[in-house]
Design a binder for this molecule. Structure first.
Ligand SMILES: [Zn+2]
Length: 101
């Protein structure tokens, strides 16, 4: 049976030794979903991983211009603009998985 995108996302995250951006994940899971849709999938993946005893952790998005880090974001999605300098050049968040306990 064909694996779902969510299953492939989980496998890719578990197999990776380094944090991955949504763009790297998009390539790894070979999907037609757009980055915005994949961020939504990741929200589900986060819940699934939690049930399996893992935590989806985030290396925060960073403003390329002033270095501001988006550390307090509840959503996983890449922010569109920096609250400090208003730049729209944002390094996307990167995702990795680690055991809860
Ligand atoms: Zn900034």
């Amino acid at each position: 049976m064909e694996e779902t995108v969510r299953e492939r996302l989980i496998k890719a995250l578990l197999a990776s030794s380094e944090p991955l951006t949504i763009y790297q994940l998009q390539a790894l899971v070979e999907t037609d979903l757009k980055p915005n849709e994949l961020y939504d999938e990741l929200e589900h993946v986060r819940k699934t991983l939690k049930r399996q005893g893992y935590r989806l952790d985030v290396v925060p998005a960073t403003c390329k211009k002033c270095g501001y880090q988006f550390t307090d974001r509840e959503r996983l999605k890449k922010p569109s603009r920096c609250p400090r300098c208003k730049s729209e050049r944002i390094d996307p968040p990167r995702f990795y998985v680690k055991p809860l306990y």
